[in-house]
Design a binder for this molecule. Sequence first.
Ligand code: ARG
Ligand code: ZN
Length: 868
Amino acid sequence: MLDVQNSLAAPQVIRRQDYRPPDWQVPEVALDFALDPAATRVKARLEVVRTGAHDRPLVLDGDGLTPLSVTVDGVTINDWRLEDGRLVVPLPGSAHVVETEVELAPERNTQLMGLYASGGILCTQCEAEGFRRITFFPDRPDVLSRYRVRMMADKARFPVLLANGDPIAHGEAGEGRHWAEWHDPFPKPSYLFALVAGDLAVNRGTFTTMSGREVELGIWVRARDLDRTHHALSALKTSMAWDERTYGREYDLDVFNIVAVDDFNFGAMENKGLNIFNSRYILADPDTATDYDYDAVAAVVAHEYFHNWSGNRVTCRDWFQLSLKEGFTVYRDQSFSADQGSPAVKRIEDVRSLRAAQFPEDAGPLAHPIRPDAYLEISNFYTATIYNKGAEVIRMIATILGPQAFRAGCDLYFERFDGTAATCEDFVASMEEASGKDLAQFRRWYSQAGTPRVAATLTHEGGRAELRLAQRVPPTPGQEHKEPMVLPLKLRLFGAETGRPLGDEQLILMTDSTETITFEGVGERPVLSFNRGFSAPIVVESDRSAADLAFLGRHDDDPFARYEAMQQLMLDALVASVAAGNDSSQDGGHQAVLAAIADTLDDPALDPAFIAEAVLLPSESFIGDQMAVVDPDAIFRAREALRRNIGRELEGRWRAAYDSASAAGPYAYTSAAKGLRRLRTVALGFLMASGAADAGALAFRQFDDADNMTDRQGALGALAGSNAPERVPALDIFYNRYSDNPLVLDKWFSTQALSARDDTLAAVEELARHPDFALANPNRARSLIGAFSVNQRAFHAASGAGYRFVADQLIQLDRINPQTAAKLLPPLGRWRRFDAARAARMRAELERIVKAPGLSRDMFEQASKSLA
Ligand code: ARG
Ligand code: ZN
């Protein structure tokens, strides 16, 4: 029985080396939708052309589709067959017109792939393989077609009908229905297809491109959300101008539309001319969105817009090349955001999220190179590795080439591959050709998984300093042996006595396993500032003393390196107290940290936003990443002890910082005001940790008086993790005030799920039964389950109850929405990092998941790889 089930379920491995060009191209597509949530009819007319000399039939992908009819050149045929969902059509000649018709039920589509309904809006999501759930088609990114789309729907329920490209015609269709036709002149792969039908309001704008063309912009949302679209619209215009200025890339259609929906599997989608967004990355106003949310809206709007060139005009040959568009586009949106505010703070944030999400992935059972070699389900590969490590790889190329050659390489790449489906190799070769630099060894970044570790030892004797470097890439699943990587390392020496730099910043390209760099004429003892700006995505192992790290925390002129020195100082102190089983406040590690934080707070030259980053303690999970066996309880105790000590010993400074940041005046969304708000809430956190008698009241006052969500949520977060009497009232007030706003309710759920209190697991179990909890809404599922499973203390409760809760939820969610469920699995998969008792409990839950009846391919891949 089990065997039968397994063999039925056994999904097929897709391998990069098996790539073959398509047997048939489809230059022209006409789609005709009779839209209805319960029963939508889709007619597709494909002009197909045989490529090369072969006699293979036309094979069209399909997922859950049954053809109502199939015609070839206008004649109904019956010799088609279905194989594994695919429609196989024998064709005699080299060019034919193939027409099919199918029926769908969008309102029953809970996977949110293909055509589905979200709050009464009909919309699509096709990347990577959702188009095959709409119609039979060669659903692969190297089949590029011109689309003509006709939609018909009830006019009262669906007054707005949108698709890719430009609107061509519209009219009445009788019986209260209407129709619209859209045409996209740019050939595109099916994953970029989109349509939307709904009762939507629009915030319109215009953008005049660098060649003087007028583009009509529209942000489409439900009428009640309209006044929260201004930030997105202005971010769109800023992005369009930035891409012209920075990359010379101009927009190419007459309209650019964005639609926001509440039910969405990820952030957003770059469909040609019709981006569809998770509403959390569009809607923002000061009362409901934090500064972090505002920044995320701008970054995602920019990201999707930038895809018009890096993704749409030049697309991917196959899904193994995903980082070609995602890594590059993340790099582009990171540079954009850096240009809008503080580049230093942006870099710190990006590195923090790389370390939080990508480093653990690279060190765990799901590690894969940025260009993977094999997958079961491509949806599982929209990962921090493909996106964020992919962006770091592009950043290293830019660093190695320098700005001019990098831009020349991008120009060459866009020009040469415009209108085609390209590979990562095409990108790297363009960079080589434009710069004359050899990137042969650098290509290992595309094929080797794992985070390189670099040991750096600096010695000094008689005017000469020697830096010895040794790199090692740890083994990852399927890659036991690794070759040395090319590492662009920015470094600089500072004089320990004078505090002054000894020479300029250097960029060295490390290519061997070990290298030694010599510095002559070094008169005073040098202190090493290393991997400045995080020039390579590596782990640095250096034996710098607490004194030297504190010195860099004070004197380093590279803001990232300065932040990093503070982090390392804190990390060393925390790891030492965890190792010593010591949560007391008396050890010297604490003293060095306290002094460094005091100096940072006292430095009048520093930007408050930078101070707020620099004084933040490393997260519990990042501390755990430094340990051979993670002990979540010991980490929590050590970190809390340090937090309390920092709060108590520097209480006067925190109050001063809090008061000066609070004096900023009414809300404004500017870099300066954002920095002050951030510092204010960081100071509040330390005051709460200090145990000061008035801290709860202070937090409640910030919560209650706030004229913006940043201050309000910051205070709520501080209260939610505390025992303060103000905690419950604040949570209740917050809930009642925002109970009709799903995005803010998500915050209410996640704030509680992230709480450091002892009773968090019980609270979360109860929240899962709350009437506002809904597994079917991905944002809501993530706000509770996703947030809880990164709560190191509660999720890793020694009883295993946290693991069981998450596994129960994921098994349920998998039946509704496999993609979103599978994304939430990795925290359970990291069992190897924990003690034997926890590891056994985590494994037991993974095994329970693998055996769940009807498990999806998505979940099977993640869970079985995690167990392997
Ligand atoms: N391409 C989209 C982006 O801009 C994300 C699509 C995610 N698709 C998926 N199957 N997970 O990042
Ligand atoms: Zn993207």
